[in-house]
Ligand binder design. Structure first.
Ligand code: 6PG
Length: 243
């Protein structure tokens, strides 16, 4: 079972007037983080989220002129469907962004979920086992409080780095996901929360409900990036459109 986390003070939350303003600010923030990491370590490792909320950010990143040759791209989860299927999380990122920037193809590490949940999890767990911490992790909050493919009530078996999921309530049922513990080992984590449909889940995270999103919310490395529709009153000012 997911660990019940204690209610926390409001984590670091940035609230934007619109998803567009959020994407501009987050794109600039990631670009800055990438330059700092490359200056310090010679590379920038980022874990991408699935779902559709992130599509706007990918389109912004596509327009940037960054040190792409030093980027290393991973995914937090993937659906066990053919690699070319339109609903693949990796395909959305490739089409909206990665096919349009010169990141060496060898530095893109999609999850081989097409092999099946167990084989994919074993392969990906091996791949990420020697990474101490990722420079940046992107996650989108699900309506039920899930992140990546860690759903409420899932056995949070943290001894594995990557986990086979066979009963996901969000189709498809079979998935591969990084564990919460592996996702948490990051220099910085951005939790994306956009739209009124996510308002209740964000409130539950703030209250420390027994959901994976609340565990992520409570991490010191986490910043919530949300729009005004998802945020409720009382969590600070709304950041205007980036200049
Ligand atoms: C997936 C993702 C899932 C997604 C959230 C948010 O396979 O869909 O792993 O965790 O990121 O459900 O999805 P939206 O951004 O589409 O709301």
């Amino acid at each position: 079972m997911s660990r019940i986390v204690q209610p926390h003070s409001i984590a670091s939350e940035r609230v934007f007037a619109s998803a567009g303003a959020l994407n501009v600010a987050l794109c600039r923030h990631i670009a800055k983080a990438s330059r700092a990491a490359i200056r310090q370590n010679g590379h920038f490792s980022i874990v991408l989220t699935g779902g559709r909320t992130v599509a706007g950010l990918y389109s912004m990143l596509r327009t940037q002129s960054l040190l792409w040759e030093d980027w290393r791209v991973y995914w937090g989860d993937e659906r066990c469907i053919p690699a070319a299927a339109p609903e693949r999380n990796s395909r959305l990122a490739m089409e909206a962004w990665l096919d349009h920037v010169p990141i060496p193809r060898a530095n893109l590490y999609p999850i081989p979920a097409e092999l099946g949940a167990q084989a994919g999890a074993e392969r990906y767990g091996e791949l990420v086992s020697d990474i101490d911490e990722f420079d940046f992790v992107l996650l989108s909050l699900g309506e039920d409080g899930h992140v990546a493919s860690v759903f409420p009530g899932a056995d949070s078996e943290e001894s594995f780095l990557a986990v086979a999921v066979r009963d996901a309530p969000k189709p498809p049922p079979q998935r591969v996901t990084l564990s919460i513990g592996r996702l948490a080992r990051a220099r910085e984590l951005a939790l994306l929360v956009v739209g009124t449909g996510k308002r209740a889940a964000l409130a539950a995270c703030r209250a420390g409900a027994p959901i994976p999103g609340a565990t992520i919310y409570g991490l010191p490395v986490t910043t919530v990036w949300c729009d005004a529709h998802a945020a409720t009153a009382g969590n600070g000012g709304i950041e205007e459109e980036a200049a």
